[in-house]
Design a protein around this ligand. Structure first.
Ligand code: ADP
Length: 258
């Protein structure tokens, strides 16, 4: 679906992405993980066309991503905290978004699954955080995207809403669409992810299947495997975790050939 090659990004003196080459497979859920400040959001912004890489290229379905960004119409994006005009009603926000692409096929299933009909007349500014997040999710899925990018999608959702969203993500994958997801809830990623891309200080330290990551780290759970990656990075950069966290060992993590 997406293949990025040698992406580089710098903000002033700070090198945020160092020659990152990573793929997002069609019909798979890829978890993008890494410590805070490792470059995840920057990478997502480049794919969304909201930031420009200083070097490197990426292609979408085998075609180089064009300057005009026509490929973006196939992407649904759920930001961590969506900002909608506070003085609009939920119904107006949805209408505005629908009007952006009147002829595109739509998927309104989340609107009914989240029972947003009950919220339609409320001003966005008065919504609870969870309801706002439901509107955010419903919009991300609205135009049946081929690639869905979800940034901490279940943050603020109650367990029922969170389950509905996870089922929807699985449904999309089942339809052969691709999902890129970031989350600090590793158990959630464990439920959903097929592949993992691990960024640390702008370096891609692992990219491959969950099974390959478990094998590489000798762990049985994704959460422990990612903790092992983080420990090995800290050890390598002489910033070890406290001893209580356990023995530190450098893992020779490599990027899996795609
Ligand atoms: P993550 O999403 O993994 O937490 P980010 O991509 O947001 O990481 O940030 C990576 C690094 O780039 C951080 O050090 C952050 O402070 C810096 N950064 C991000 N955006 C900008 C910007 N617009 N200007 C300057 N520095 C930035």
């Amino acid at each position: 679906m997406i293949d990025a090659t040698n992406l580089r990004k710098r903000f002033g003196a700070l090198e945020v992405l160092h020659d990152v080459s990573v793929g997002i497979r069609t019909g798979a859920v890829t978890a993008l993980v890494g410590p805070n400040g490792s470059g995840k959001t920057t990478l997502i912004k480049i794919v969304l066309g909201l930031a420009r890489a200083d070097a490197g290229v990426f292609s979408v379905n085998g075609q180089p991503a064009d300057e005009a960004g026509a490929y973006r119409r196939h992407i649904g994006y759920m930001p961590q905290a969506a900002r909608f005009p506070e003085n609009l009603r939920v119904r107006d926000v949805l209408e505005l978004v629908r009007a952006l692409r009147p002829d595109a096929p739509r998927d309104e299933e989340l609107i009914s699954a989240f029972r947003l009909a009950l919220e339609m007349d409320k001003l966005v500014g008065t919504l609870s955080g969870g309801t706002r997040q439901k509107v955010n999710a419903a919009i991300a899925f609205l135009f049946r995207p081929s690639l869905l990018i979800l940034d901490e999608p279940t943050a603020g959702l109650d367990p029922i809403a969170s389950g509905i969203l996870k089922d929807k993500i699985r449904q999309l994958r089942g339809e052969g669409r691709s999902v890129l997801i970031t989350s600090h809830i590793l158990t959630e990623l464990e439920e959903l992810a097929d592949d993992v891309a691990f960024l640390c200080d702008g370096h891609l330290r692992f990219s491959g299947s969950v099974a390959a990551l478990l094998e590489r780290t000798g762990e049985r759970r994704l959460e422990a495997a990612i903790a092992a990656l983080m420990r090995s990075e800290r050890a390598r950069t002489a910033d070890p975790l406290p001893e209580s966290v356990g023995p530190l060992g450098w893992l020779p993590v490599e990027v899996e050939p795609s």
